[in-house]
Design a binder for this molecule. Structure first.
Ligand code: C2G
Length: 746
């Protein structure tokens, strides 16, 4: 047996293990032995695509798992592949002939946030590996050459070498001769499992000098995007991390014989400690007395290091670290605080306007007393006067007149100020401006339909209400595997922000059930009310309202109205948070075939920043993408065309026909998101892939309605049972329930 592949496994990794088996199968190589180390005997690994040896180990950490597997390995070489990582097909065949005793093979690591299952497709009920697009861009591999590690580390003063060392000290992508490991008793560090491979690879590099690097056949490392439920070793938050890090640095530096390598490792450790120390001071970790034990370990370590190596950090950091070395801990912390303050000031000055108002919030507004009478509202990041905050506001104005000061947040370029110009007791403030910061700081109530800013500091005694903005169809947050459209820390940040919500407004039981897992939000804090924004759809005077809105928009009263309201696509963006939309619906054809009886109201999602040019469609298309309130557009329309947008849940309250124009269904459903509903079964209208199908359905809309009548009724039963036109009342009652001063006027 040539190669043993070792994979530590937790019980919950079972799906990933199945995918890795498929991946190993695609290596088409008979000389691989696969060992999976697990501490539970309950793991059922039958029926995998690749033969596996299961090793049961005692203990609970990854170092123990890997060590147990090393002891049982039969291969001449060892490779460590974690359950959620994989190798491109052909990788093993490409390198196996080049393995040499005493020589380390190093595959370049390709880090990705794409979830492992996006690389696998179901084909004929079997999972098949799907080659990622980037893999096709591979250049032919040049003849891999043997290099000597010592040559590489010779020039210790080269910055790139220090950066590289952290790569060499990780096991991902390394193939190591087993003889070297067995003969030298090299094992993972079970006492410091968060840094176990640092010590392990340190020992390996101490023995092996020659290595071959492969650039194009990569080890694909899937990075974790859910630090809350599935943290990687580097994301685990635990009190012991500092101890483990320092101990592993000390142990590793101690065992290395070659001076160049030793220096590189020490420099790497100094830089890492400096960075950690900075973060620890930011988070106030070094204020408690128990941390002096860690400072003592640091001081001892620094005292043992050749002081010349400190020149690799900048002069200020060096000064601070030397103070730690000299046991001047309080002074080191003070100096670090000063650096932090200076950096913060620099950031503020660089950001100019927004930085200064933020500083105003941090330094002043955060400390101001709460004003019991102020309610702040924000809808779609201040872009609109709309959605549930609007109807909560209107209800409070009507039933608690003169009892509150209402503050609306308006983004630059929005109509909010205009919309609210004549409203009593109402102020409109510019998002991120001084007054915005002030009112966020002093308001007792905040009613917001998306997330609050990350830096927002909810004060005790205040009430934060998240109304959210739709019944979920697309997978959200913790159910989303692909967070390509969001940042690496998206889930963690979302989790922390939603812990500040006192209430979450929900439209139906289905949403309650989804939010429990998608947001990990407790059911007892959800308000089961229906959406305030939908009250208008059951208003007794909705005919009259509809006529008024049509007149306001100049829409002819003698034509029927088709509302086209698609959602955004995670992969079609111009910049962070700015998405574009390509109109795939053949509007010219729709106009030609339906223009006599219909007009179309086009409404793009609020994330879409490109302005669609509809000037060529005469008086057939009304582009209302910047109209404030989509609920009003629902009221005036006779048919809705949408796709994966939550708009149809609300629209269905009107019981009018809904068509789904889903030209990119396969991509959206499987690659971009994934849905909570089976779109093929659960929807109250047909899925249409072409403009012709859309036209045909509109021409035969009565027939479509009859066909979908049963499904529509079931859909209403499931999603709009709570929508009786009184959601605002229920929600405001909850919002103000502990406010003894207010007096409701019916
Ligand atoms: N919306 C709109 N115009 C559109 C699409 C959406 O005004 N063309 C508004 C609707 O109020 C809708 C809300 O934005 O309910 C959310 O839009 P979605 O298309 O569902 O997408 P997203 O913003 O990703 O929210 O739980 C709902 C999810 O959060 C989805």
């Amino acid at each position: 047996m040539k190669l043993s592949i070792i994979t530590p496994c937790k019980t919950k990794d079972i799906e990933k293990i199945k995918q890795l088996a498929t991946n190993l199968n695609r290596q088409d190589n008979k000389e691989i032995e696969w060992i999976v180390a697990c501490n539970s005997s309950e793991l059922d690994l039958s029926g995998l695509n690749f033969p596996v040896d299961i090793i049961k180990f005692d203990g609970d950490n990854v170092a123990q798992a890997r060590n147990a597997a090393i002891r049982e390995a039969h291969g001449e070489y060892l490779m460590f592949v974690d359950a959620d990582d994989f190798l491109l097909p052909g990788t093993i065949n490409n390198v196996i002939d080049k393995l040499k005793p005493g020589c380390l093979v190093d595959l370049k690591v390709y880090p990705t946030y794409e979830p492992v299952n996006s690389y696998f497709n179901e084909i004929n009920q079997k999972q098949e590996f799907r080659m990622p697009n980037w893999a096709f861009r591979r250049k032919p591999e040049p003849e891999a050459e043997e290099t000597l590690l010592n040559d590489k580390f010779h020039k210790v003063d080269k910055k790139s070498v220090f950066e590289e060392i952290s790569h060499y000290l990780k096991i991902s992508g390394k193939i190591i001769p087993k003889g070297v490991i067995w003969d030298n008793d090299i094992l993972f560090d079970e006492e410091n499992p968060l840094y176990d491979d640092f010590y392990f690879m340190g020992k390996v590099l101490n023995i092996i000098n020659s290595f071959i690097e492969f650039d194009t056949f990569k080890y694909v490392k899937v990075k974790h995007n859910d630090p809350i439920n599935d943290p990687s070793l580097s994301q685990i938050e635990c009190d012991d991390r500092w101890n483990q890090m320092l101990n592993s640095f000390i142990k590793t530096a101690d065992l290395i014989n070659a001076n160049n390598l030793k220096d590189c490792i020490i420099i790497h450790s100094i830089k890492k400690i400096n960075k950690y120390f900075y973060n620890a001071v930011v988070n106030n970790h070094f204020s408690s007395s128990k941390q002096s034990e860690i400072m003592d370990i640091m001081s001892g370590y620094f005292a043992s290091i050749d002081h010349r190596l400190f020149k690799n950090v900048n002069i200020i950091s060096r000064h601070i670290l030397f103070n730690i070395r000299k046991h001047n801990y309080a002074k080191a912390i003070r100096q670090m605080k000063l650096i932090i303050a200076l950096r913060y000031t620099h950031k503020i000055l660089r950001n100019k306007g927004r930085g200064i108002t933020r500083a105003y919030y941090e330094v002043i507004c955060k400390k101001l007393k709460v004003n019991e009478k102020v309610i702040v509202y924000e809808s779609f990041l201040g872009r609109n006067y709309s959605d549930s905050p609007k109807y909560i506001y209107q209800y409070s104005q009507k039933h608690y007149p003169g009892q509150f000061k209402h503050v609306w947040i308006a983004a630059k370029g929005s109509n909010v100020k205009k919309d609210l110009a004549n409203e009593p007791n109402t102020k409109v403030v510019k998002r991120f401006g001084f007054r915005y910061m002030y009112y966020l700081g002093i308001s007792k109530y905040q009613v917001i339909n998306m997330r609050q800013p990350r830096w927002f500091n909810k004060k005790p005694g205040t009430v934060f209400m998240s109304t959210w903005h739709g019944t979920p169809l697309k997978h959200l947050v913790f159910d989303m595997e692909n967070v390509a459209s969001a940042t690496r820390l998206y889930k963690k940040i979302f989790y922390e922000q939603s812990r500040q919500w006192d209430y979450l407004v929900t439209a139906n039981q289905f949403s309650v059930d989804v939010f429990k897992h998608a947001f990990m939000y407790p059911e007892q804090k959800m308000i089961k009310s229906g959406y305030p924004r939908n009250d208008i759809l059951s208003a007794p005077n909705r005919e009259e309202l509809s006529r008024n809105i049509k007149e306001k928009l100049g829409i002819p009263l003698n034509k029927k109205v088709i509302l086209y309201a698609p959602t955004w696509r995670d992969d079609e963006y111009v910049d962070v948070g700015q998405y574009k939309f390509q109109l795939k619906l053949n509007i010219a054809k729709l106009r030609e075939q339906l223009g006599d009886d219909y007009v179309m109201v086009l409404r793009t999602h609020y994330f879409i920043t490109n302005n669609l040019d509809t000037s060529g469609f005469g008086n057939f298309v009304y582009n209302e993408s910047s109209y404030d309130d989509i609920s009003e557009l629902y009221l005036i329309s006779d048919i809705l065309i949408t796709d994966y947008s939550s708009v149809f849940f609300d629209y269905s309250i009107l019981r009018r026909p809904i068509l789904y124009y889903v030209y990119d269904y396969d991509k959206y459903a499987s690659v971009l998101r994934g849905f909570y509903l089976d779109m093929n079964k659960d929807l109250p209208g047909p899925l249409l892939k072409t403009s012709d199908e859309v036209i045909d359905s509109i021409k035969n809309i009565d027939q479509v309605s009859t066909e979908y009548a049963d499904k529509y009724a079931k859909f209403n039963e499931r999603f709009s049972k709570w929508e009786d036109g009184h959601a605002s009342e229920r929600v405001v009652n909850m919002l103000l329930k502990n406010d003894a001063r207010v007096k409701k006027i019916d």
